[in-house]
Design a protein around this ligand. Structure first.
Ligand code: PLP
Length: 407
């Protein structure tokens, strides 16, 4: 019997997610041969020795015996109330109630749901370049067209407002803001955010603001939630427990809807419909939300000038800057550095190959800049989560490797 070939659906044609891409398969092969691979490809705090805050684990365990049923599709009310209280403490954040909150199996699921509810074939979404690539992938999967606007490396990776304006067409439906940014570590200025909001206002764009790193900030910079500048616009704010609370494996995130809603009734009903088709988010992980948001914000000790995340950010940044032909904008937030390889010094034609060759030679796994929808093969993303000693050795080895690497 000849079997019918099963190809992947054509919907996946433009769906890319290089953070867990082909190099990871090679890493697994090398590991099976007994090599130790330093995986600096994902922002997963747990694998670098960051413990889950005890209070969260305790409350989740206490809830477990009674968390075996499905919950409301939007999530348990105590967690949604905790999300409301969190934002009540932020000056100027528009008021909303628990009905405007959707919990999800991580921000990832909520991004997927929102794009599916929003987009028809041909609708365009403005997404930063570089970006966290799930936004581009889920726009494509939903039938939309991702249109990348440039963030300006010369200007600390702030979004380029002129470039955003130039890319708007009658098909543009929404603009994605990732602040603090993955992969650049940029935290956006008030001026730039006000500019983006004004563009959204003039062009009737939906604001999609991914703020999952909003509490991971260095050097005293402030994070300005997009919604605080846009009380008159529909704004969807995404956040969760994966990074600030180091429990990425729990898969726990939330989406908050603010601003006028009457014109978007159909879209919002679409999100509710999709929330109900996934039945509900993982219920034990929903019980982590109230404990996390109500308790001591343990991230504060990690990001203070003597804190682990701050120290590691410094080590990564200084080490990268000291490599000949490499420059790096100092990350002001999040868990990454996004160094540039000067094309006059390092002639890289294929950055995916560079990452592969680095893996095979040095047993270090990074992600190439083009994996973040950056157009030219001249950047790498480094996760700044490993402890100082491991991080400085990895950066040193990267420098040694680059000194003799040619393509
Ligand atoms: N948004 C950004 C900017 C991220 O960096 C990540 C994960 O790295 C996510 C969303 C997904 O997070 P979650 O674990 O909540 O699905």
């Amino acid at each position: 019997m000849t079997r019918r070939t099963l190809d992947q659906s054509s919907k996946l044609k433009n769906v890319l997610y290089e953070i867990r891409g082909k190099a990871l398969v090679e890493a697994a092969r090398l590991e099976s041969e007994g090599h130790q691979i330093l995986k600096l490809n994902t922002g997963n705090p747990a694998v670098f020795g960051f413990e889950a805050p005890h209070q969260i684990v305790r409350d989740m365990l206490a809830a477990l015996p009674n968390a075996h049923g499905y919950s409301d599709s939007k999530g348990i009310i105590s967690a949604r109330r905790a999300v409301v209280s969190r934002y009540e403490q932020i000056e100027d954040f528009p008021r909303f109630d628990p009905d405007d909150v959707y919990l999800g199996n991580g921000v990832s699921e909520l991004i997927t749901m929102v794009m599916q509810a929003l987009l028809d074939e041909g609708d365009e979404v403005l997404i930063p370049a570089p970006d966290y690539p799930l936004w581009t992938a889920m726009t494509s999967l939903a039938g939309g067209t991702p249109v990348h606007y440039v963030c300006d490396e010369e200007n600390g990776w702030q979004p380029d407002l002129d470039d955003i304006r130039a890319r708007i067409t009658p098909q543009t439906k929404a603009i994605v803001i990732i602040n603090p940014n993955n992969p650049t570590g940029a935290v956006y200025s008030r001026e730039v955010l006000e500019g983006i909001v004004q563009i959204a206002r003039e062009n009737q764009l939906l604001l999609l603001s991914d703020e999952i790193y909003d509490r991971i900030l260095f050097d005293g910079v402030d994070h300005i939630p997009t919604a605080t500048l846009a009380p008159d616009l529909l704004c969807l704010t995404f956040n969760g427990l994966s990074k600030t609370y180091r429990v990425a494996g729990f898969r726990s995130g939330w989406l908050v809807i603010t601003g006028p809603k009457t014109h978007a009734k159909g879209f919002l009903e679409g999100i509710t419909l999709l929330a109900s088709t996934r039945l509900c988010p993982n219920v034990p992980a929903q019980h982590a939300v109230q404990a996390a948001l109500g308790g001591v914000q343990s991230i504060d000790a990690l990001i203070s000038p003597t804190g682990r995340l701050h120290e590691q950010r410094d080590i990564a940044w200084q080490g990268l800057e000291s490599i000949p032909g490499v420059s790096c904008v100092k990350p002001e937030g999040a868990l990454y550095a996004f160094p540039k390889l000067d094309p006059n010094v390092h002639e890289i034609r294929d950055d995916e190959k560079l990452v592969y060759d680095l893996l095979v030679s040095e047993k270090i796994l990074l992600v190439q800049g083009t994996g973040f929808n950056w157009a030219t093969p001249d950047h790498l993303r480094v996760v700044t989560l490993p402890e100082a000693r491991v991080l400085s050795e990895a950066v040193e080895r990267l420098g040694n490797f680059l000194s003799s690497y040619r393509q």
